[in-house]
Design a protein around this ligand. Structure first.
Ligand SMILES: Nc1ncnc2c1ncn2[C@@H]1O[C@H](COP(=O)(O)OP(=O)(O)OP(=O)(O)O)[C@@H](O)[C@H]1O
Ligand SMILES: [Mg+2]
Length: 448
């Protein structure tokens, strides 16, 4: 397993409890190291990767609290999940006051422990991993998107099931591909099933396959997508739409990696990594009995939530520029400029359909534009553009103001003119247009 995965240390003197926790952690696709005592743990080397410590409070010798103190003294940033017995509550309270992330009382719910561990790990990802570059060709510098990219980096090399949630058009499918591409299964197949687009009656044979004659119309044997994804990744898209009656069979395939084709009696083993996506609220569906909770828990091993575009507005200018360039090139149009009022209106629009909507609007706009300026194709945006245009002087801003805007964009882009995060992209200008204005305003030589 790759070194970018997360590591969970488990310290418990009770061998069976320790092994049980370790097994659970491994089943979630995380690496683990176990220790029977605090002394043993403190003496062991700790590689610098995102990690967390699952610690029994009541240990003979160095207690959980002692270990916490030792780690604190050495300056190690290792979040701790304390496991306590019923009598240990005061001790647990002291531990939490001293900075423990979480504590759970034995016997604890397995899902609660995994959630606490995940929380500890994601808490560290913010500063421990280098900023991910160009993962899955996803454009965006917002903290929201960067968090998603870091989560992909951490989970991809493990075999954990990933559940991607987010509104329509936020990029869930791109995330699924990125998880596969960065995994050790990358050279094997990525098999996709859209549970919403296949009629419920056919979905079972699509997933699990069938033998010849299994039902009317089964004129030949069919290999299911599970089998096709053997040693690769199976992407279950729109998992919220999978019929309730099919869910037990899916659960078994996920748990046991075993299935039978319809009408077949041979058990088939399939080594498959599952990535699922949905724009529905599965937790709520599970509460309302519309989705099996056991299946939900099985899928929700490593949740990744892709935020809607309106919650990461910093990404909008980059995306506008990116898609304008992409479609101008593809459709062979020479778009030189996005008028500033239009650009502002695009930036301020709410994008209920998220990136897909933005992408479609830009594509249509490029098609409809017959001059060097981008003309935007949706009425809501044109109304806003007019309003924005009245506020300042539209695209006829003063030269001093334009010079100031260019300087500011260059500063934000750290002097970079071209590229997706360069000043030209920030201003909605073509690189060559920006360069000619930089010459006009005599600022070109500052940035060469
Ligand atoms: N960060 C991004 N950078 C560039 N393109 C993106 C980004 N996010 C999404 N896209 C593009 O937006 C479109 C929608 O993305 P995707 O199909 O992954 O969304 P989704 O969340 O699966 O939507 P749905 O729930 O409707 O299936 C795709 O064409 C994708 O390439
Ligand atoms: Mg999708």
């Amino acid at each position: 397993m790759s070194g970018t995965g997360a590591l969970v240390y488990v310290v418990d003197d009770d061998a069976s409890a320790r092994e049980g926790v370790a097994r659970l952690i491994r089943s979630a696709g995380l690496m683990t190291k176990t220790f029977a005592s605090g002394e043993e743990f403190l003496a062991a080397p700790r590689p610098k990767i995102p990690s967390c410590l699952v610690l029994d409070v009541n240990l003979p010798g160095a207690t959980g609290l002692d270990i916490q103190q030792e780690l604190g003294k050495s300056g190690a940033q290792l979040p701790i999940v304390f496991l306590t017995g019923h009598g240990d509550i005061p001790m647990a309270v002291r531990a939490v006051r001293a900075g423990a992330m979480n504590f759970l009382t034995k016997p604890f719910d397995e899902e609660d422990l995994l959630n606490a561990i995940r929380q500890c790990i994601s808490y560290q990802l913010e500063d421990e991993l280098p900023s991910p570059e160009n993962i899955g060709n996803m454009i965006g510098e917002s903290a929201g998107l960067q968090r998603v990219l870091r989560a992909i980096q951490v989970v991809a090399p493990t075999d954990s099931t990933v559940l991607i949630q987010g509104e329509t058009g936020t990029g869930k499918e791109l995330v699924a591909h990125a998880v596969h591409d960065l995994s050790r299964r990358a050279k094997r197949s990525f098999v996709q099933v859209n549970c919403a687009s296949i009629p419920a009656t056919l979905l079972e044979s699509e997933l699990f396959g069938h033998e010849k004659g299994a039902f009317t119309g089964a004129i030949a044997q069919k290999i299911g997508r599970f089998e096709l994804a053997h040693e690769g990744t199976l992407f279950l898209d729109e998992i919220g739409e999978i019929p309730l009656e099919l869910q037990p069979k899916l659960l078994r395939a996920l748990q046991e990696h075993e299935l039978e084709r319809l009408g077949g009696n041979r058990t088939i083993h399939a080594d498959v990594r599952i990535v699922a996506a949905t724009n529905r609220n599965l937790a709520q569906m599970a509460d309302e009995g519309k989705f099996r909770s056991d299946l939900y828990y099985r899928l929700n091993v490593f949740p990744v939530t892709v935020p809607p575009l309106r919650d990461r507005r910093e990404d909008i200018p980059l995306l506008i520029r990116f898609f304008t360039q992409k479609y101008a090139r593809k459709l062979d149009r020479a778009i030189e400029e996005i008028p500033s009022a239009t650009f502002e209106a695009l930036v301020q629009y709410d994008w209920p359909g998220n990136i897909r909507e933005l992408q479609n609007v830009i594509e249509r706009s490029v098609i409809l534009s017959n001059g060097p300026e981008l003309q935007v194709a949706i009425p809501e945006i044109n109304v806003r553009a007019a309003a924005v245009g009245m506020g300042d002087t539209g695209s006829n801003i003063s030269e001093a103001e334009e010079r100031a805007r260019i300087l500011e964009a260059l500063k934000e882009a750290k002097g970079l003119v071209g590229g997706p995060s360069g000043a030209a992209a920030r201003l909605g200008l073509k690189r060559t247009t920006l360069q000619s204005r930089m010459r006009k305003y005599n600022i070109a030589r500052l940035y060469q």
